[in-house]
Design a protein around this ligand. Structure first.
Ligand code: ADP
Ligand code: ADP
Length: 237
């Protein structure tokens, strides 16, 4: 069944009078367990779409958000960010802004404590999340000393530790070399296959989307321009 259900979502950062919509009449339904790539030109609305899914559209803009977005049945416009984060974890484009701790294990610990996870369960969650992304050896490292790809894996591990049903990532590979970018996709696909976690990922590299995604959604000028399998979408025109 659908884990994400967006109906007629429109949004403008400006006043309605200037007519510029960041999102316009978005209808999007995502089956649970799907690995979805979002692609489109800069300014197309990809980050805004991700924000609508994670409830991150700032409150002072909410009056300009129309339609409904349900994630695991939660209305992301009305639910608290904490409740949404329990079903949908997100990684921002600015990975350094995302990090709250200075040591890797504390980054995972912070989220788990914040969610009130029982302390008997915390150690197991940290160990298995670090293991799932292949960074058990980085556990005691200072985050500031890690590479961009390693930081992305720490962010992914922090989210996996919370066992959400969806992960939303905004261009995790934009600052990575091709090998590290592929590595991030591998980690996400493994988590997707093992846990059935739905992946929503903004990415510009067609080759990665073609190889890893079940579904590619092309956003252009706030609208869904194309939507289908990588083969459907990339053989178009
Ligand atoms: P990208 O295209 O990679 O998503 P942008 O450079 O468009 O990134 O945006 C970077 C940041 O600037 C984001 O936080 C976005 O919300 C903000 N931003 C983008 N466009 C505007 C704008 N016209 N006015 C104010 N902030 C903006
Ligand atoms: P993308 O992620 O595809 O680059 P965005 O969702 O960041 O696109 O931006 C969609 C549109 O909204 C763009 O026209 C951008 O300039 C504008 N925008 C984004 N963030 C802001 C912001 N904080 N304030 C005003 N305009 C913004």
């Amino acid at each position: 069944s659908a884990i994400i259900e967006m109906e007629c979502v429109s949004f403008s950062y400006g006043t309605a009078a200037d007519g510029a919509y960041a999102l316009k009449d978005i209808d999007l339904s995502v089956e649970e367990g799907t690995f979805v790539g979002l692609i489109g030109p800069s300014g197309a609305g990809k980050s805004t779409l991700a924000s609508a899914i994670t409830g991150a559209i700032p409150h002072h803009y909410r009056g300009r958000l129309f339609g409904s977005t349900l994630v695991a049945g939660l209305d992301t416009c009305e639910a608290s960010l904490t409740d949404i984060a329990k079903v949908a974890g997100s990684v921002l484009q600015d990975i350094d802004a995302q990090m709250v701790a200075s040591v890797v294990e504390d980054e995972l610990l912070f989220g788990l404590e914040n969610f009130g996870i029982d302390h008997h369960e915390i150690e197991g969650r940290i160990a298995s999340a670090l293991d799932a992304v292949g960074i058990a050896d980085l556990r005691h490292r200072e985050i500031a000393t890690l590479s961009g790809g390693q930081k992305q894996k720490v962010a992914i591990a922090s989210i996996l530790a919370m066992t959400p049903r969806v992960i939303v990532m905004d261009e995790p590979t934009s600052a990575l070399d091709p090998a590290s970018a592929r590595d991030v996709f591998e980690v996400l696909r493994r988590a997707n296959e093992l846990t059935g976690m739905t992946v929503i990922l903004i990415e510009q590299t067609v080759a990665l989307l073609a190889e890893y995604c079940d579904r590619v959604v092309v956003i252009d000028q706030g609208r869904i321009a194309l939507d289908g399998t990588p083969t459907d979408v990339f053989s178009h025109g």
